[in-house]
Design a protein around this ligand. Structure first.
Ligand SMILES: Cc1cc2nc3c(=O)[nH]c(=O)nc-3n(C[C@H](O)[C@H](O)[C@H](O)COP(=O)(O)OP(=O)(O)OC[C@H]3O[C@@H](n4cnc5c(N)ncnc54)[C@H](O)[C@@H]3O)c2cc1C
Length: 373
């Protein structure tokens, strides 16, 4: 199969990339290993926070279907149940479909594969019913299965807080949220709602071990001092049958490694991140990176980055009048800067700046600085 643009991943970033490119008459194939479009959004039953322009107040699941309808209206060809198993520097994409293995030759590729959950190892962590918070969320909101009734969550970021709330809504008891830092790391508005519902958020605490025979039955927790060392004598046991680990996400970037993209290590964006320029083009010409795959942020930035990559692809293929394209791209970049300089500080703006600076340094010197891997 041949096409002008392959977009890998049909989350908010991939959907917006496809819509923007197809609007400029680019032939787009959008593929996803899931059965349907939306990425993380298919399990977000809550109303989104953020700005109205980015559909705040609309449930994540609805945003996914709205974007898919728009993509189909613009003539995007969609392939679901289709995993990309390979990406090569000449922009050939290896795919696995229900009917077998195939390849797609593309002129451009947008990688919008999203994120992976980080894990945490402690004695007993391989017991059944200890899982990523995202896995618990998929079981509850997509498959309608409550994975446990007495839950402990490790990590007080937005994912931990939102999953705690959704498990409460589904009828579970959240016994505690434990957080190693001395403060909650997610938005206060989410934390306050959960505390009002009677859930203790234990800051400066961590898990020591989990025990059980067939699945987890108890967890031992401990208080941490200012140096993050366990305080002897503060150990206690909680009876739980589910532990959700919510200790951060990292970019899902295996295909980027495979295609030979260069990476930078930026902890604020989840760790190893493919370097890219301001238009999201990676260090392999013609391969672009959008959304969480290029650094962990939120759905609003994923949508804007998707749109930016789609506009940059259309421009690089000569589909848009240069003046119009420059203005369009500048407008999206301006919106991204505004999102990243929001009320919670501008660390994401600064981190993204590091990536583009490192991208240009690699281009100029070829190797050898902190961000170059
Ligand atoms: C619990 C939780 C709550 C959240 N709440 C909010 C919120 O209220 N507001 C907000 O703005 N953001 C929120 N977010 C964040 C938001 O969901 C993500 O930032 C956003 O979905 C990232 O979009 P994306 O398109 O980059 O990736 P994703 O949505 O992760 O989509 C990536 C897609 O790529 C596909 N894929 C990956 N690898 C392959 C492959 N090899 N082949 C084929 N397909 C592949 C995946 O199946 C997936 O569909 C939340 C996230 C979580 C986990």
């Amino acid at each position: 199969m041949r096409t002008e643009l392959v977009v890998i991943g049909a989350g908010p970033a991939g959907l917006c990339a496809s819509i923007e490119a197809a609007r400029s008459d680019v032939d787009v194939v959008l593929l996803d290993e899931n059965q349907k479009a939306g990425g993380q959004l298919i399990k977000q039953i809550h109303r989104f926070f953020g700005s109205e322009e980015h559909l705040s107040g609309v449930r994540g699941i609805t945003i996914g279907s709205m974007l898919l309808e728009e993509a189909e209206r613009e003539g995007v060809k969609t392939l679901f149940n289709t995993a990309a198993w390979g990406l090569f520097p000449d922009k050939t994409v290896g795919i696995l479909r229900p009917d077998g293995v195939d390849t797609i030759r593309a002129e451009r590729v947008v990688l919008a594969t999203g994120a992976l959950e980080n894990s945490l190892a402690f004695p007993g962590w391989t017991l059944p019913n200890i899982m990523g918070a995202g896995a618990a969320q998929t079981m509850v909101n997509v498959h309608r299965v409550l994975p446990g009734r007495k839950v402990m969550i490790i990590g007080s970021g937005n994912v931990g807080l939102i999953v705690a709330y959704q498990l409460l809504q589904a009828g579970a008891e959240v016994v505690a949220i434990v957080e190693a830092l001395p403060h909650v790391t997610g938005y206060q508005v989410h934390a306050s709602k959960i505390v009002r519902m009677g859930v203790p958020i234990l800051c400066s605490h961590t898990i020591l071990r989990a025990v059980g025979t067939e699945y987890v039955e108890k967890a031992e927790i401990v208080r941490l001092d200012a140096g993050v060392k366990p305080v002897s004598g503060t150990e206690r046991w909680l009876e739980v049958d589910l532990i959700c680990i919510a200790v951060g996400l990292r970019p899902m970037a295996e295909l980027a490694w495979m295609a030979g993209l260069r990476f930078g290590y930026i902890p604020e964006l989840g760790g190893h991140v493919p370097l890219h320029d301001k238009n999201l083009q990676s260090t392999v010409p013609g391969i672009y990176i959008a959304g969480d795959a290029g650094g962990i942020e939120e759905a609003s930035t994923a949508m804007e980055e998707g749109t930016l990559s789609g506009a940059a692809v259309a421009s690089s293929l000569g589909r848009v009048n240069r003046k119009i394209s420059v203005a369009r791209i500048a407008d999206i970049q301006r919106r991204l800067v505004m999102l990243r300089q929001g009320p919670f500080g501008n660390y994401r703006y600064e981190a993204k700046q590091h990536i583009t600076e490192a991208y240009h340094r690699c281009e100029q010197v070829g190797n050898g600085d902190r961000y170059d891997r």
